[in-house]
Design a protein around this ligand. Structure first.
Ligand code: PLP
Length: 470
């Protein structure tokens, strides 16, 4: 492509993106497409000859776009948000333009140094302990895998130093922990039998006494506790595992403490939300996703460790072809995780933090929390609804409850959610809380305002009236 053509389409694409973002609210959030419809509208074989950009762009608009789920839509209340923002997008364009592969300091000094700086900014912004160092990973799943691998390294080092014998390792999670931890346990080779699910309390938070009892029982049976994973903001209901007592237990038994705050970590930009971090000094590692609630487009996951040496010992490798003169003086982030090649993700994060400022990000979070409390009030004020969990962040868990049996309630609420989503105006997802089918409404999309939430609640209320009559 000639530079002139690139410039022309570049301008056209930016105009299109600006219009898309401006008018997003008028689209259906979730497309109305049948499985296979997009694929079958496209040629089965690749083109032999170059195709003009205009044809590509038209196919994007006519075939791809109608099959897209619009995560940036103001009616997005599903899963957790995956917010983008104009500043992040602009940073991402520059990253793509540079096309730098940032595996080591030498392969782009500015990328390494900006990542180092931006991660320390984030550490300060969340009030994390001053000794922690950060690295950007693609996702929380990868960061958690890094934690599990580091924990395994530490546990097995310790074992062989002490007696040369290896005891089977154990990993502790709660009944509410995200599935990525179980996946990480499988990948890291602990074996599924090493996983212990600790009971949670009425608010879905891990019960520390049960954790300690399980560890003591395992130790008595010859197991070695390698890792405890606490969650701040669980996926189903944003429950907060009590960090201090869990941290004390992990420390007492020599287990690595990993903290998964993938969604809720962003809330800690506001000092009033930092009670959940009481006990942070016990954390060996901590992850949160700026690509969820902090306006940084997917992917960007912030991983912090107390002992960078333990992380590096787990991952470093020094083949001749990667050695550089600068190695003794610099960070080479390829040694801070699984992948060798790395994207320049720090740039978009830097754009986001600078263009909003810490105060802008705080205001953004506070508004979502205010709107979530407003919805909680709506749920509590309407006798047809039942609030299913506390609302510490932007997620409101609720269901319809007219007193019919649990199985019938599950069916009713499933139909309720399907009807709401069929409106195309909003999109929510569900979970099961102690076996009860529960609707999750997460207020967290960048574009969602009070007016959107009020309009969404009107739809929810009227659909409730409909399904209760059926
Ligand atoms: N941990 C929690 C608590 C989550 O809610 C999620 C995803 O929603 C994850 C981990 C996985 O995040 P990622 O998609 O970045 O791997």
């Amino acid at each position: 492509m000639k530079n002139e053509e690139f410039r022309k389409y570049g301008h056209e694409f930016i105009d299109w993106v600006a219009d898309y973002l401006e008018n997003l609210g008028s689209r259906r959030v979730v497309p109305d497409v049948k499985p296979g419809a997009v694929r079958s509208a496209l040629p089965a074989s690749p083109p032999l000859k170059p195709e003009p950009m205009e044809a590509l762009f038209n196919d994007f608009k006519d075939i791809i776009l109608p099959g897209i789920t619009h995560w940036q839509h103001p009616g997005w209340y599903a899963y957790f948000p995956a917010n983008s923002s104009p500043a992040s997008l602009l940073g991402e364009i520059l990253t793509a333009a540079l096309g730098a592969q940032c595996m080591s300091w030498q392969t782009s000094p500015a990328a390494t140094e900006l990542e180092d700086l931006v991660m320390d900014w984030l550490r300060q912004m969340l009030g994390l302990p001053s000794g922690m160092s950060g690295v950007i990973q693609d996702t929380a799943s990868t960061a958690t895998l890094c934690a599990l691998l580091s924990a395994r390294e530490r546990a097995t080092d310790f074992e062989s130093n002490e007696s040369g014998l290896r005891r089977p390792l154990t990993v502790y999670i709660s009944s509410e922990t995200h599935s990525s931890i179980e996946k990480g346990v499988k990948i890291a080779g602990y074996g599924r039998a090493s996983l212990r699910r600790i009971e949670s309390d009425a608010a879905y938070a891990m019960i520390p006494e049960k954790l300690e009892a399980a560890i003591l029982e395992d130790k008595a049976r010859g197991f070695q506790p390698a890792c405890v994973v606490a969650t701040l903001g669980t996926t189903s209901s944003t429950a907060i595992d009590p960090l201090r007592p869990i941290g004390e237990i992990a420390a007492r038994h020599g287990a690595w403490l990993h903290v998964d705050a993938a969604y809720a970590g962003t809330a800690a930009v506001c000092p009033e939300n930092r009670a959940m971090l009481d006990g942070a000094e016990f954390m060996d590692s901590f992850v949160f996703n700026p690509h969820k609630w902090m306006l940084t487009n997917f992917d960007c996951s912030a991983y912090f460790v107390k002992d960078a040496g333990a992380l590096i010992r787990t991952f470093e490798i020094h083949p001749e072809y990667l050695k550089t003169k600068a190695d003794p003086y610099v960070k080479n982030y390829r040694d801070w995780g699984i992948q060798l090649g790395r994207r320049f993700r720090a740039l978009k994060l830097w754009f986001v933090i600078r263009s909003h400022g810490v105060e802008g990000l705080q205001a953004f979070v506070r508004e979502h929390l205010r709107l979530a409390r407003m919805v909680k009030g709506y749920v509590e004020a309407d006798k047809r609804f039942e609030l299913m969990a506390p609302v510490p962040f932007g997620l409101v868990c609720f269901r319809l409850n007219d007193g019919r049996g649990e199985d019938a309630l599950n069916d009713l609420n499933k139909r309720f959610l399907e009807r709401i989503n069929a409106s195309g105006k909003l999109f929510m997802t569900h979970t099961a809380l102690r076996g009860k089918y529960t609707l999750r409404m997460v207020i967290g999309a960048r574009t969602t305002t009070e007016a959107h939430v009020r309009a969404a609640w009107e739809i929810i209320r009227s659909v409730a009236g409909l399904v209760l009559k059926l």
